[in-house]
Design a protein around this ligand. Structure first.
Ligand code: URA
Length: 234
């Protein structure tokens, strides 16, 4: 946030009045007198003082989209693999939570936030946000088997160890080994287990989108903040 905006928010002075106190040398950022109103301040980590008194503004919630590469784990604790938050350059990573984890070998759209209610809205099957997965299968499926699989997926599958079948979902084959699966829920290893039900194995898995959010404009490993409109649409 620009320094003049930060001061104005923290003190309720106008931007013009904020600039005046800056020019008078009354503002320090990390113990240095700063007179540049356009200086960018990190609202969480920078120490801004007015005549020796600390100023602060509420940081607000963060809503982040990451294009997860393979080889990263969706956990916030250090585990066997590098973790996804290592790819994101924002302060206070510890307060972020993940909406719908991806396996270490899965790539694609991953949403993170520190807004618990919003995370719940994104992941809860009640809200019916479609997640689109692109998958590669180990074994080719002929058109007869494909047709049966599409039908079964649209009806729901009782996966091993579950009490309820999966919600009706849409399976579309691109060719004998490639398909797109659209789910409105996120059970543990759901895509891989669903394909396992047909005696097959997923060798590559990519989440192309979550609701209205896709990866357009991002390279693997890139992240960006969601816009307020994107956040509100969930
Ligand atoms: N389903 C899976 O099996 N793995 C993922 O990473 C996501 C969905």
């Amino acid at each position: 946030m620009r320094l003049d905006k930060f001061i104005s928010k923290a003190t309720e002075l106008s931007r013009k009045e904020s600039k005046k106190i800056m020019h008078a040398g009354e503002i320090t950022v990390n113990d240095q007198v700063v007179k540049d109103p356009g200086l960018h301040v990190d609202v969480v980590n920078d120490d801004v003082m007015w005549a020796g008194e600390p100023l602060s503004v509420a940081a607000g919630n963060r809503y982040i989209l990451l294009y997860k590469p393979e080889g990263f784990e969706c956990t916030l604790k250090v585990k066997e693999y590098p973790i996804v938050t290592e790819l994101i350059a924002v302060p206070e990573l510890g307060s972020l939570r993940i909406a719908g984890r991806l396996d270490v070998d899965t790539t694609g759209a991953l949403l993170m936030s520190d807004d618990g209610g919003w995370l719940h809205r994104v992941t809860s099957p009640k809200h019916e946000h479609a997640k689109v997965y692109e998958l590669t299968l180990a074994d080719a499926m002929d058109s007869d088997t494909q047709e049966k699989a599409v039908k079964k997926v649209s009806e729901g599958i009782l996966l091993e160890g579950d009490y309820e079948p999966t919600k009706p979902a849409v399976l579309e084959f691109i060719d004998e080994k490639h398909a797109r699966l659209t789910l409105e829920q996120g059970k543990y290893h759901q895509v891989k287990r669903m394909m396992g039900y047909f005696g097959n194995r997923v060798t590559e898995l990519h989440r192309a989108s979550i609701g209205h959010i896709n990866l357009e404009g991002l390279e693997k490993g890139d992240s960006r903040f969601l816009t307020p409109e994107e956040v509100a649409k969930f």
